[in-house]
Design a protein around this ligand. Structure first.
Ligand code: ZN
Length: 311
């Protein structure tokens, strides 16, 4: 399942490849992938003719700010493709400043198996293709999703983002936000009689963590996954907060994880698997003490830990 580093890797790729390019149309192959508006026709109509100003990330949600097409703004409608290309190429990396003339937001959540791929239109359609968004130069942004839990939204300019994308309303702070302090985390974990591993997977405690980076952060901070939140000392919470940020940064630097079917927008796997501390390493020696990494079941999920380094 894509976690924060994978979604951040996708966001960076999208910002390199899609900015200031007009969405010329689209095709929805699986209606229920579109979570808002309820009509698929309205979704396509809403985004068509807009350009992507910039991509944001909130937790594991991707949000593109849409603006009126740059081509229409410049009054060059109807000119040849070659000239449009020059204009598109001249400013692809400079996000358009937010203006009152925004045409809404395009949202996406990859959930279990979603992939956003930047492809040539002629690229054969994978059987799990759910949505296609068309751009100029025969390029398209393709949403491929085997398990079909992934979602996309078009939020019209007059609708609050949290109203359309309801999951955003209950999302906790992002680990890279200045609000993610020791006090914040201590408050969220206070008096909770559930294992810390389970709490870290709760998106209303911290946004963006999943099984991989929860295990990694617990190892790095020396805390056993089954430790009850209520039993954590302030020093441990401090170490945990630092570890969460560090493992996420390390994975983003590696381009996301190698595990599962994660691909960046260019269809390339990440590289974090090679440096993982405990995740998916059961039976292999701990990189710190040499004892064997163990695996246990906790809340229906696998947890990987070192019995020597974690207490
Ligand atoms: Zn160890």
């Amino acid at each position: 399942m894509p976690e924060l580093p994978e979604v951040e890797t996708v966001r960076r790729g999208l910002n390199q490849l899609t900015l200031n390019q007009e969405i010329t149309g689209g095709d929805v192959l699986l209606d229920r992938t579109i979570a808002y508006p309820f009509s698929v026709g309205e979704f396509i109509h809403g985004i068509k003719g807009s350009a992507i100003a910039t991509w944001y990330r909130r937790g594991k949600y991707l949000l593109a700010e849409l603006s009126p097409s740059a081509k229409e703004d410049a009054g060059i409608k109807g000119r040849g493709d070659a000239e449009s290309e020059v204009i598109a190429a001249s400013s692809p990396r400079h996000p358009v400043t937010a203006s009152p003339s925004l045409t809404g937001y395009l949202g996406a959540h990859l959930r279990m198996t979603g992939q956003l791929l930047w492809l040539h239109r002629d690229e054969p359609l994978h059987k799990h293709t759910r949505v296609r968004l068309f751009f100029g130069d025969q390029q398209e942004l393709r949403f491929v999703d085997q398990r079909t839990f992934g979602q996309m939204w078009w939020v019209p300019p007059n609708v609050a983002v949290e109203t359309a994308i309801t999951g955003l309303a209950k999302l906790a702070v992002d680990p890279f936000s200045p609000e993610f302090t020791v006090d914040y985390l201590a408050q969220k974990l206070k008096n909770r009689r559930r294992p810390i591993k389970t709490a870290l997977l709760d998106q209303s405690v911290v946004a963006g963590l999943g099984n991989i980076y929860a295990d990694e952060a617990l190892f790095k901070s020396g805390i056993l996954p089954e430790t009850l939140c209520t039993n954590l000392q302030l020093e441990q919470i401090k170490a945990l907060r630092t570890a969460i940020v560090q493992v996420l940064e390390a994975s983003i630097a590696a381009g996301g994880t190698t595990f599962s079917n994660f691909l960046n927008v260019k269809g390339v796997n990440g590289n974090y698997g090679g440096v993982a501390l405990v995740y998916n390493r059961a039976g292999e020696p701990c990189r710190v003490c040499g004892n064997l990494i163990q695996r246990t079941r906790l809340g229906g999920r696998s947890s990987h830990f070192c019995p020597e380094c974690q207490h």
